[in-house]
Design a protein around this ligand. Structure first.
Ligand code: C5P
Length: 237
């Protein structure tokens, strides 16, 4: 069953760098009690488990954002391999279906301390036309809600979603279901390429449990200060 987890610290810093050095330099300046961190496909494909080990050795909870999507046995095995790395959170695509998610859940439940297992519903980069072309009818938000419900029914601990979808996803699932939201921008900071943004306090008010924040922290002159400012905004510091 989904493990319960203390929400604080709620900020997950997205370490999106083409090279490991700036990522490690950045986390040297951050406190593992003040944030968690995330690496994705680019960093993991380049640097693999040794990078995961370097980050977790420094005491950070790590979200390994690899978005698995394959036949049930392969996905479950990949989730177990990720769990063996000692990460805090992993994810897969809800579009892989109930059997894929349930098999991964079962595999992780056999472990003493499994990572949180989160689903991706509809990629926010996809428009209504894009999803129609893949054979899904309806609005992206209808598909997000349907897949979030399926993820909850299949034993997932939560989903990644836009803060602007958070209240609908919460209504379609349950109170324990974790909502992990990127697209967060403190008031007055650059939006970069994010389209539908929310401030950290709005995201939490709408039901987010964890805020994935990259450039407003990683590109700041003083990343630790930027993190503290956001933590103050959400009443965490
Ligand atoms: O720098 P920024 O705050 O925009 O980084 C957001 C992070 O969240 C990136 O790692 C990005 O890939 C991820 N993400 C996102 N939107 C999604 C899913 C993931 O921005 N829908």
């Amino acid at each position: 069953m989904p493990q319960s987890t203390p929400r604080s610290p709620r900020i997950i810093v997205a370490l999106d760098f083409p090279d490991r050095r700036p990522a490690l330099e950045l986390i040297e300046r951050l406190d593992p009690a003040a944030c968690r961190v995330k690496i994705g496909k680019e960093m993991f494909t380049r640097y693999g488990p040794p990078l995961v080990e370097e980050i977790t050795r420094r005491g950070f909870d790590l979200f390994l954002d690899l978005k698995f999507h394959d036949i049930p046995n392969t996905t479950a095995a990949a989730c177990a391999a990720a769990a063996d790395l000692g990460v805090w959170m992993i994810n897969l695509h809800a579009g892989g279906g109930r059997k894929m998610m349930a098999t991964a859940r079962e595999r992780l439940d056999a472990l003493a301390a499994p990572p949180l297992l989160i689903a991706v519903t509809i990629l926010t980069s996809l428009s209504r036309e894009d999803i129609a072309e893949t054979g899904l009818s309806g609005e992206p938000s209808d598909n997000v809600q349907r897949l979030a419900r399926l993820a909850a029914d299949s034993g997932m601990d939560g989903v990644v979603c836009s803060p602007r979808e958070a209240s609908q996803v919460r209504a379609a699932t349950n109170d324990r279901f974790l909502l992990v939201t990127p697209g967060v921008r403190p008031a007055g900071s650059a939006t970069n390429d994010q389209q539908r943004i929310a401030t950290p306090s709005d995201a939490l008010a709408w039901g987010s449990d964890y805020l994935v924040i990259g450039r407003p922290i990683t590109a700041a002159e003083d990343p630790a200060q930027a993190l503290t400012t956001i933590r103050k905004e959400i009443g965490e510091a």
